[in-house]
Design a protein around this ligand. Structure first.
Ligand SMILES: [Zn+2]
Length: 198
């Protein structure tokens, strides 16, 4: 079975010649869709020239490799919370999360955390391909093609969840960095609550 949502990590080196990427180096991502679902390859410029496209290639783009740096806390809190919520929901893989995953991806695109690379349609399903600007990961997100009023409901739900997390994080953010485990528990509890009430 092909998973609805997937995050594909960027490699730290070329899949062709195996040479590691350096900071600010241009690389080429090739996304294929085949029997095993989505596969991703990252290539350096010379390997890209040698590689040949085939029918399974659904998308390819040029990226800039960036050595990851720790995010600045004060300005990144909101987008970090959005990103964490998106990753948690994509891991859970529940049909009920489709709308929230999609909206979080759209919001993160507006915040310039994600870049939309491709819109792909297979089996009447629309899948949007996003690239994480900093980490280079590929996010495959199903577009539920919601109406505007449906989108607004989801948007409210997302903002309410984020506000809840921001409040609980804000209390001790100055002294201790919030542990990942604690955040996971919060998000799970809120997700269950939202599901039960609807
Ligand atoms: Zn190479």
């Amino acid at each position: 079975m092909i998973q609805e949502w997937q995050i594909k990590s960027r490699n730290d080196g070329c899949d062709g010649c195996q040479v590691g990427f350096v900071d600010q180096q241009a690389y080429y991502t090739v996304l294929r869709f085949g029997e095993k679902g989505y596969t991703r390859r990252d290539l350096c410029e010379s390997c890209r020239e040698k590689a040949d496209d085939d029918a399974q290639v659904i998308s390819s783009w040029k990226g800039i490799y960036r050595v990851s740096r720790p995010p600045r806390k004060s300005t990144r809190l909101t987008t970090d919370a959005m990103e964490q919520l998106l990753r948690e929901h994509m891991e859970i893989e529940e049909e009920a999360n489709t709308s929230m995953i999609y909206l979080l991806a759209v919001m993160l695109e507006r915040k310039r955390v994600l870049i939309e690379r491709e819109v792909n349609r297979d089996d009447a399903r629309k899948v949007r391909v996003y690239e994480h600007r900093q980490s280079g990961e590929t996010f495959l997100v199903r577009d539920p093609e919601l109406r505007l009023d449906e989108l607004e409901d989801v948007r409210r739900e997302v903002l309410a969840t984020l506000r809840g997390e921001a409040l609980s994080e804000g209390e001790d953010a100055e002294e201790t960095s919030p542990g990942t485990d604690g955040c996971d528990d919060d998000a799970d509890a809120q997700t269950e609550g939202a599901g039960a009430s609807s």
